[in-house]
Design a protein around this ligand. Structure first.
Ligand code: BG6
Length: 479
């Protein structure tokens, strides 16, 4: 039974999302350099510790690195894109591995073999009429930039990044129109190694170092936006935020203010990228954290003149906060601090499930920026069971997605301009946070376990057929 009232706007970009470092594997093939993610073991072997102490990650030899082979998208992209096409994908969000194109990060000339790989991937997308949506930097800064420059702490990284951007904007001028400059740009505040390719453990004032790196990224993002538009005026460039509205733990005005401040922590980035200037509240923030930004001549004009075309975001959950530090205990398994919300259920990894929170988040972001929105990540990480007959009955995932699609539709009815939806990990891949394989998000199952055993065979889950119907009916059939 379909419900025509649930139909999405014509041309809505239904699709799915992955990132190079979590699916490609082939970690040193065809001239690729090491990505910092290639230094990380899985959670049982110290991933969190390595993430928070990149020096340790550089110096330690772990037994097993999940990203090295991953799900081998590098060799299996044809089969995978064919399956995406079978689901009816209108778009496919992927990232370009920076160290595949510039192995150390600071070379002048790119690695031709790396560029050829994406030529082929985009050609395959085109064959099925799938629009690529490309994240330029998704957590995989080349190790060389982290080791030799401390990543985004150095202003020089702006030029290395822009050289990477110029190379790919020119090469894929006729293949790619939708770009995003940084995945979850606010992640740098929580996991500086992922977000900034940097180590802050020795910094006298880590906040100073983080915000200086953020300034470099914001300038780089604005200059990349200009470059993309100069190279092809049709290009659409977005920023990308790890979003999720923060609720106050009680109606106590102090809690309400704490929730507002928690949301501003993320909005800070989009305020600059979408409006073109540092928000007025940043004066107080910098004063309290004793931060003095080094801003070069022309930086503020660059930020002002080259704002983004759309605002993309990931949404997995809302958050709950209190003004009282004693109350503010964290839940497990999430880099974003949150209290347990008694009104919500949570995933096996403690991520709270809140479809209404998606509607709230969409409205809040749209009210603030009035630019088109793109939900480029959303989904449920869960353990899937392959039954004796080979079927995978992931009804829990279907339930999660159905409620989020409904909420999205409500958001559109509220007046939000939403251009697309790419649920995360449309094919099972390595978890960014834990390095696990058993935390699965996909419509397509991949036979591989946490230790890297398995045939890598792909199997359709029940959600595969469900999502296919959703796309076919443009959202009218959610059964
Ligand atoms: C986002 C990232 O933070 O969440 C993805 O952009 C990541 O790279 C996703 O995979 C889900 O997180 P996790 O830790 O379950 O893989």
């Amino acid at each position: 039974m379909t419900n025509q009232d649930l139909k999405f706007p014509e041309g809505f970009l239904w699709g799915g999302a992955v990132a190079a470092n979590q699916c490609e594997g082939a970690y040193l093939e065809d001239g690729k350099g090491l990505s910092l993610v290639d230094l990380l073991p899985s959670v049982e072997h110290g991933r969190f510790e390595a993430l928070m102490n990149p020096k340790k990650a550089l110096e330690t030899n772990y037994n097993f690195y999940p990203s090295h082979d991953s799900i081998d998208f590098y060799h299996r992209y044809k089969e995978d894109i064919k399956l995406f096409a079978e689901m009816g994908f209108k778009c496919f969000r992927l990232s370009i591995s920076w160290p595949r194109i510039f192995p150390n990060g600071d070379e002048t000339n790119p690695n031709e073999k790396g560029l050829e790989f994406y030529d082929q991937v985009f050609a395959e997308c085109k064959k099925y009429g799938i629009e690529p949506v490309v994240t330029i930097n998704h957590f995989d800064t080349p190790v060389g930039l982290m080791r030799d420059y401390n990543g985004w702490a150095s202003r020089k990284t702006i030029d290395f990044y822009l050289n990477f951007c110029e190379t790919i904007f020119k090469r894929y001028k006729d293949q790619v129109k939708y770009w995003m400059t940084f995945n979850e740009i606010n992640m740098i505040l929580h996991v500086p190694m992922f977000g900034g390719g940097m180590d802050i453990s020795d910094a006298e004032n880590p906040e100073q170092l983080k915000y200086q790196a953020i300034h470099h990224q914001l300038v780089a993002s604005a200059r990349a936006t200009k470059l993309a538009h100069d190279i092809n005026p049709e290009n659409q460039v977005g920023c990308m935020l790890a979003a999720g509205a923060t609720y106050p733990n009680t109606p106590n005005p102090d809690d309400v203010f704490a929730a507002m401040e928690a949301d501003r922590e993320g909005y800070f980035f989009v305020d600059v990228q979408a409006r073109g200037y540092y928000p007025s509240y940043s004066k107080r923030l910098f004063k309290e954290k004793n931060i003095q930004l080094e801003i070069a001549d022309g930086d503020l004009e660059t930020l002002r003149d080259y704002t983004v075309d759309y605002v993309a975001f990931s949404y997995y959950s809302s958050k709950l906060t209190s003004a009282d530090p004693e109350v503010n205990q964290k839940t497990d398994g999430n880099v974003f601090a949150t209290l347990k919300n008694p009104y919500l259920k949570a995933s096996e990894w403690g991520w709270q499930i809140d479809p209404v929170g998606l509607r709230i988040t969409m409205n809040a972001i749209y009210d603030r920026y009035q630019k088109p929105l793109f939900i480029v990540e959303n989904g449920l990480g869960a353990v899937d069971k392959v039954e004796a007959d080979g079927s995978i009955n992931d009804d829990y995932r279907i339930d999660y997605l159905r409620e989020h699609v409904r909420a999205m539709h409500q958001g559109i009815e509220d007046g939000v301009e939403l251009i697309g939806y790419t649920p995360w990990g449309c094919i099972d891949l390595i978890s960014a946070g834990t390095g696990e394989m058993k935390k699965r998000y996909g419509f397509i199952y991949v036979d591989r376990d946490n230790e890297g055993n398995g045939t890598l065979e792909r199997k359709k889950k029940k959600s595969f057929d469900w999502y296919k119907k959703v796309i076919e009916s443009n959202g009218a059939d959610l059964n």
